[in-house]
Ligand binder design. Sequence first.
Ligand SMILES: Nc1ncnc2c1ncn2[C@@H]1O[C@H](COP(=O)(O)OP(=O)(O)OP(=O)(O)O)[C@@H](O)[C@H]1O
Ligand SMILES: [Mg+2]
Length: 332
Amino acid sequence: MSEPIIELNNLKKYFAINNGVLAKNSYVKAVDDVTLTVNKGEIMGLVGESGSGKTTLARVILNLTKPTDSHVTFDGVNLSKATRKEMKKFRTEVAVVFQDPASNLNPRDTVMGSITRPLILHGMSKKEADKKALEALEQVKMDSRYLNSYPHQLSGGQLQRIAIARALVLDPKVMILDEPTSALDISVQAQILNLLLDLQENLGLTYLVITHDLNVIRYISDRIAVMYLGKLVELGTTEEVIDNPKHPYTMGLMAASPILNPHERNREKHLMQGDPGSLINLPTGCHFHPRCPYATERCKKEVPKDIIFPDGHQVNCFLYDEKNKTTSEYTG
Ligand SMILES: Nc1ncnc2c1ncn2[C@@H]1O[C@H](COP(=O)(O)OP(=O)(O)OP(=O)(O)O)[C@@H](O)[C@H]1O
Ligand SMILES: [Mg+2]
C-alpha cells in the first residue's frame, strides 16, 4: 500500500508583477492549482518546458518560498502550521540537489568543509561530522584523496557527486533533484543517474526529479507528472505516460523526442504549433489551447477538470470528458 510523503492540494504560487508596463496586480501564476501526491519510496519525475513552474514548485515544497494558497503536507505534517521542532525535522528529512554543480557548493570551501558544514550546523561535533562525511563520500563513490580539493579543481561529474554526498549526510527521506544531470555530458549523466538509482534503492529514499529531458525521466522515474504553464496536465506511471500519452501537450513532447518514439506514425499531427506559452499573458480556458491540434471552442472558454482513469492515469483535458461526444475518436 503506498503511503504519501509529500501531499499538495490545489497548491498555488503567484508572483506579483508591477513594473510600470503591466497593470498593477498582475501575477505570474508559476504554480496554479497543483494537486500531487508523492509516495514513500517512489521516484516521481516532473517534466515540462522551461518556465512551466517546475523549480517554483520545488522551492515551495522545500519551504524556500511560501505558497500563495494552500500548503505542503510533509509526512502528515501541514508545513504552514508546523512547530519549530517539526520544521527542524523537516529540514533534515528533505534534501536538494540543483542543476549547476558549482551553485551547490561554496567555492571557498573544500570538499570536506562543504559536506561537514550542514552537520556542524545541526550540532554535530567536528569528529563525528568528519566520520559521517567520509561515509557519504564512499556512498557516492568519491575517492578520499579529493577531501581537501576546492570546487574549481573538480570536474562537473565529481562536483555533482559531492553535491549528492552533501545532500545525503543528514540522512534525508526525500531528495529533490532539480535538473541533476543537465549540466553534465552524456556519459557522466548516465553515471550520475545510476548512482542516484543505487542510492535510492539502498537507502529507501523518495525522489522528486525535475527535468526537461524525457530520456532522463523515462530512465529514472516510477511515475511522471507533466506541467504546462503552471498547471499539472498529466500524471501516470512512466510506462503509461511514455507509451500512451493522453494530453496533447505530452503527445507533443513525445513527438519532439525521436529517440523515445522512433516509429511514431502521427508525429506530424502531434508536433506542437507556435511558441511555448507565456505565464505573463495566459490564454483563457485551457492554457494549451492555442497550440493544441484538437482545440475546440470549449477549450478557449472553460478550464478542464482532471479526469482520472481506472488505472490512476490522470489527465487535464476535455478530450476525455464524458460530455465530449468525440471522446471515443481519441481514446479508442
Ligand atoms: N522570484 C520570482 N519572482 C517573479 N517571478 C518568478 C520568480 N521565480 C520564478 N518566477 C517566474 O515563474 C515562472 C516559472 O519559473 P520556474 O523557474 O519555476 O520554471 P521552470 O519550469 O523551473 O523552468 P526551467 O526549466 O527553465 O528551469 C517563470 O515565468 C519565472 O519567471
Ligand atoms: Mg527550473
